[in-house]
Design a protein around this ligand. Structure first.
Ligand code: SF4
Length: 396
């Protein structure tokens, strides 16, 4: 992103998504993804002088549109006319600055996808190599966003129980996905009191890193640079939100996608497949199995429910059985969980088109749930807009 504001040429105004119309071949895959799957309707064919380009209406800068920056358009664009705004050079600069203490946190959804970038078989778990690569790039500490996912579970389960006891409106909606949070702000302002008040896990991690960790290790918080390695493009937008700062300090300084991380590994000349397996640093590298399932649709609500169930009953709920709701091909799932004498109805939607249908039904009183999870990307974060391109090769 070179700072242009004009969308007649290039546009990185959101700090998340970058449009270069000069590379557009008018295949309109982005338009199909945005309008039909995600239902945000940002792109359409717009006149530009004597040509036609796919663009937001009136060539508005992306930051002035209702785009949620889910990045699904980036995943299907064959020419890189749409990409993420890259922060690779900013992260290199920070890593080379002796006055900075640069730490990394990694999302649950990248520890399998990263191997695909280096030709490893689909499904290879590369957590140990990922940690080793970050150390060799120069990060002082390598921590796990799963730690903060566990914190999110505790916060969200507590808020859920409070709302069940009459303190707040039901259903409670999980708020881990910044793309879906922006979606509800634009599309369903009348429902804004139902998302949980929790920050997303990587933002919670950033806040903990610049307070608890800074104090424990005696490092001035302003020297700490937190880099989130994420499957997500919307998180690049999320970190800029003013209301998520603490004492004028950003919780997270840079978000890089799985693809950008792989680029850094290549730039450093590291042979990823030959790296040894290494462990996360402590104390912010510990986590439970519940946090790992955050990466896939249904995982956040299942994890929060397990904790809420245990707090209320004193017993362990091993697994929530979700059932597909006919007609939506599992884009919308339901479960009923018995907690003492209550039957809790749970809803899960992934993909913003499914989220829209679910929220319309709730708003119109056609469906009732006690708790809901929504993830903007079809399939959840494992299919995030920042994951490795598969170029249509789904031969797994
Ligand atoms: Fe980001 Fe995950 Fe939401 Fe996609 S589903 S926008 S990857 S948080």
């Amino acid at each position: 992103y070179e700072g242009e504001k004009s969308t007649y040429t290039k546009d990185g105004s959101s700090g998340a998504l970058y449009r270069n119309p000069d590379k557009c071949i008018m295949c309109r895959r982005c338009e199909t993804m945005c309008n039909e799957v995600q239902t945000c309707g940002i792109y359409s064919a717009v006149e530009r002088g004597f040509e036609t380009v796919v663009s937001p209406a009136f060539h508005l800068p992306m930051i002035d549109t209702q785009c949620t920056f889910c990045g699904q358009c980036v995943s299907v664009c064959p020419t890189a006319a749409l990409t993420e705004v890259s922060y690779v050079s900013k992260v290199w600069e920070a890593l080379l600055d002796p006055d900075k203490y640069v730490i990394a946190q990694t999302a649950p959804a990248i520890r399998v996808a990263l191997g695909e970038e280096f030709g490893m078989p689909y499904g290879s778990i590369v957590t140990g190599k990922m940690v080793a690569a970050l150390r060799r790039l120069g990060f002082k500490k390598v921590f796990d966003t799963d730690f903060a996912a566990d914190v999110t579970i505790v916060e969200e389960a507590k808020e859920f129980i409070d709302r069940l006891n009459g303190k707040g409106r039901l259903p409670i909606l999980t708020s881990c996905c910044p793309s879906w949070v922006k979606f509800i702000e634009h599309q369903f302002p009348e429902l804004l009191d139902i998302p949980s008040t929790c920050k997303s896990p990587h933002m919670m991690f950033g806040a903990i890193a610049k307070t608890y960790f800074a104090e424990k290790f005696n490092i001035p918080p302003e020297k700490i640079v937190v880099v989130s390695v994420m499957p997500c493009i919307a998180k690049k937008y999320e970190i800029q939100r003013e209301e998520l700062k603490n004492e004028e300090l950003e919780n997270v300084d840079y978000v890089i996608t799985t693809r950008e991380f792989a680029k850094m590994i290549r730039e450093a000349g590291i042979d990823f497949t030959k790296l040894p397996d290494e462990d996360f640093d402590n104390p912010l590298g510990e986590s439970t199995g519940a946090s790992v399932i955050f990466g896939v649709t249904g995982g956040v609500i299942e994890a929060a429910l397990r904790t809420a169930y245990e707090w209320v009953t004193g017993e362990t709920l091993e697994k929530v059985e979700f059932h597909g709701v006919r007609g939506l091909e599992d884009g919308l799932k339901e479960a009923t969980v018995k907690v003492k004498d209550m039957e809790l109805k749970i809803g899960v939607a992934h993909g913003l088109g499914n989220a829209r249908r679910l929220l319309e039904d709730i708003r119109d009183g056609k469906r009732f749930y006690h708790a809901i999870e929504i993830m903007a990307c079809p399939g959840g974060c494992i299919d995030g807009g920042g994951q490795p391109y598969h170029h249509g090769n789904l031969d797994i």
